[in-house]
Design a binder for this molecule. Structure first.
Ligand code: SF4
Ligand code: SF4
Length: 505
C-alpha cells in the first residue's frame, strides 16, 4: 500500500521550523525493517487533536460516569443497623470486613472475591471476543485518567496546533505560565484521586474531617502521596507508554482474539490506493482504481497513542474509536460515505474484496462458552451468598501435646474453637459434641451455666475464640477418632458443624 500523495492539513499553511520538526516527530514514520525493530523506542511526544463525534461522545459519557462513581461512591450511605458501619462500599481492615451495599464479606469468605475476579476476567474475555479492546478504549483507568489529563492540557495549552506551535518555538513567560497551570491542575486531579482512594478504607465523612485537621493516621497521608505521584506520572507523563510497555492485557488480548471479533478497522478495500481528491479524480478518469482515503492523516492526529490505523491493528491501538470520528468528519466534508474506518472484521474485508456479503457473527463457540461460564460462576456466587449461614465454627486441634494422659487413665485433647456470629444482634449458642461416648467437654476459663448447659454468647457481627478441653473417660482409651463439634443457635435452632480428631495413646 503506497501513498500516492499526502494532503496534510499542517502543510496547507506555512509552518514554523520548530513546528515542522515537531510535526515530523509526532507523525508515524516507517518502522525499521525486520529484526532491527527495537524492543523499546524512546517516547515521542504526542499531541492528539480534539475531535467530535459519536465515539468521542461515548468516551465523554463513560469518563463522567466512571469518575463520578470513583470520587462519590465513598460518600454513599447504607443503613446496616446500629452495630455496623453505614458506608455503602467499605474495606474495613480493623474489623477484617469488606462491605458492598447489602453484602458483607468476612475474611473466611475471601473466595467470593476470588470468584468475582474470575467472573471479571471472563467478562473481559467476552468483551474482547465481541468488540476487541473495549476495556482499553473506554473503561481502563489509565485511559480514563489520561483522557481527563488530555482535556486539561487542551484547555490550558490549546489544541494540537497551538500546543505544538508553542512547544516548537522559543519558550516565553506565557509558555511557562501555561505549563505551570497545567501541571498544577494535573497535580490537583491526582491529589483528589489519591484522596478518594483512602476514603474506601474508613468512614469517608469522618476521614475527610480528620485529613483536613491533620488528625488522620500517617498511612492515609502516605497513600494519598503515593497515589498522587502515580496518577500524575502515569496519566500526565507516561500515557501510551503504559499500554505499550507495562500492561499485559494487550499481549493476552492478542492471543485471545479471532477473525470474527469487531475491531476498529481501516477498510483498506475501500481506502486504497489512497490519494488526494484531485488525484483520485484523475485516476478514475483514466479508468484506474482510486481509494477513498485522502491521506489527510486526521485519523493519526486525533489518536491518543499516535497510531496510524491504516497500518493495521497494533499493540498501540487501544480501540478508542476516535479515528472513526475523525475520518467520518472528513468523509462527510468530502460528500463521501462515512465508515472508511469503522468497527469491522478482517474476514468482512476479505469477503467484500471477494464480492461476498459481509456479516457480523456475535454468537460463536467462544462467546457462548464465555457467557455460560459467567452465568454459571455468577449464579453459584449469588446462590451461595443468598443462602450462606449466618453463624460458623472453626476448630484447631492443639499441636503440642496432641493429647494428655491423666492419672485416672482418661485422655484429654485441647482445641481452639472460633465461633462466628454474622448477625447484627447478640446471639447465644450451645456447643455440642459427637463422636466419643464417655466424654466431658469443658470451656477453659468459662464456667458452665447453673443448669450445666454449655452456652456461649457472641456479640453482634463478631467472632469469639474459646479454649475447649475434651476428656474421654472410656477404657481402654480411644485411638484416633473422628469427632464433630456442633454449634446451635439457642433461639432459632440454626446449626453449624466443624470436624476434627480426638487423639489417644
Ligand atoms: S488508532 Fe484509532 S482506535 Fe486506535 S487508539 Fe488510535 S484513535 Fe483509537
Ligand atoms: S482520516 Fe480517513 S481519509 Fe484521512 S487519512 Fe485517515 S483514513 Fe484516510
Amino acid at each position: 500500500m503506497q501513498a500516492v500523495r499526502t494532503l496534510s492539513l499542517d502543510q496547507a499553511a506555512p509552518a514554523a521550523p520548530g513546528l515542522a520538526r515537531l510535526v515530523a516527530a509526532a507523525e508515524v514514520g516507517d518502522p525499521p525493517p525486520g529484526d532491527d525493530i527495537p524492543l523499546y523506542a524512546p517516547r515521542r511526544k504526542i499531541y492528539p487533536q480534539s475531535v467530535h463525534g459519536t465515539f468521542r461522545n461515548i468516551k465523554w459519557a463513560v469518563l463522567l460516569v466512571t469518575l463520578a462513581i470513583y470520587y462519590l461512591l465513598p460518600f454513599v450511605r447504607w443503613d446496616r443497623g446500629p452495630n455496623a458501619p453505614h458506608q455503602a462500599v467499605l474495606i474495613d481492615f480493623p474489623s477484617s470486613r469488606f462491605y458492598f451495599f447489602f453484602i458483607e464479606i468476612w475474611p473466611q469468605e475471601v473466595y467470593y472475591l476470588t470468584g468475582l475476579l474470575i467472573v471479571a476476567s471472563i467478562v473481559l474475555f467476552l468483551m474482547n471476543a465481541i468488540a476487541g479492546r473495549v476495556w482499553c478504549g473506554y473503561l481502563c483507568p489509565q485511559t480514563v485518567w489520561t483522557d481527563l489529563f488530555f482535556a486539561i492540557e487542551r484547555l490550558v495549552e490549546g489544541d494540537r496546533r497551538d500546543h505544538m506551535h508553542r512547544d516548537g518555538r522559543k519558550w516565553t513567560a506565557e509558555t511557562y505560565a501555561r505549563k505551570g497551570v497545567k501541571h498544577f491542575l494535573w497535580l490537583m486531579v491526582a491529589w483528589w484521586t489519591g484522596g478518594a482512594w483512602v476514603l474506601y478504607f474508613a468512614d469517608a465523612p469522618t476521614l475527610v474531617k480528620h485529613l483536613a485537621t491533620l488528625q488522620a493516621p500517617f498511612i492515609a497521608y502516605a497513600f494519598i502521596g503515593i497515589l498522587t505521584f502515580t496518577t500524575y506520572t502515569l496519566a500526565g507523563h507516561m500515557r501510551e507508554q503504559v499500554c505499550l510497555y507495562m500492561c499485559p492485557w494487550p499481549r493476552i488480548q492478542a492471543a485471545l482474539t479471532d477473525e470474527y471479533a469487531l475491531n476498529v478497522t481501516y477498510r483498506y478495500d475501500r481506502g486504497e490506493p489512497r490519494g488526494s481528491v484531485t488525484r483520485a479524480n484523475e485516476l478514475r478518469a483514466q479508468g484506474k482504481p482510486a481509494g477513498d482515503c485522502v491521506n489527510c492523516k486526521q485519523c493519526v492526529r486525533v489518536c491518543p497513542t499516535g497510531v496510524d490505523i491504516r497500518e493495521g491493528s497494533s499493540l498501540g491501538c487501544i480501540q478508542c474509536g476516535l479515528c472513526i470520528d475523525a475520518c467520518d468528519a472528513m468523509m462527510s466534508k468530502l460528500g463521501r460515505a462515512t465508515g472508511l474506518i469503522a468497527y469491522d472484521t478482517d474476514i468482512n474485508i476479505k469477503r467484500r474484496m471477494d464480492g461476498t456479503q459481509p456479516f457480523v457473527k456475535l454468537v460463536r463457540l467462544r462467546t457462548v462458552l464465555y457467557a455460560a461460564v459467567i452465568a454459571i460462576a455468577g449464579g453459584i456466587m449469588i446462590f451461595t451468598l443468598a443462602t450462606r449461614d449466618s453463624e460458623g465454627i472453626s476448630v484447631i486441634h492443639d499441636r503440642n501435646p496432641m493429647f494428655v494422659r491423666l492419672s485416672d487413665g482418661s485422655v484429654r485433647n485441647g482445641y481452639t474453637v472460633r465461633i462466628v456470629n454474622k448477625h447484627l444482634k447478640k446471639r447465644e449458642f450451645a456447643l455440642g459434641f459427637n463422636g466419643l461416648p464417655a466424654t466431658l467437654i469443658d470451656f477453659v476459663g468459662l464456667p458452665p451455666r447453673e443448669d450445666g448447659e454449655l452456652w456461649i454468647d457472641v456479640d453482634p457481627d463478631q467472632t469469639r475464640e474459646l479454649r475447649v478441653v475434651v476428656t474421654d473417660y472410656g477404657l481402654p482409651p480411644p485411638a484416633s477418632t473422628r469427632i464433630v463439634f456442633r454449634l446451635t443457635d439457642v433461639a432459632t435452632g440454626e446449626q453449624a458443624e466443624a470436624r476434627d480428631h480426638f487423639f489417644g495413646p
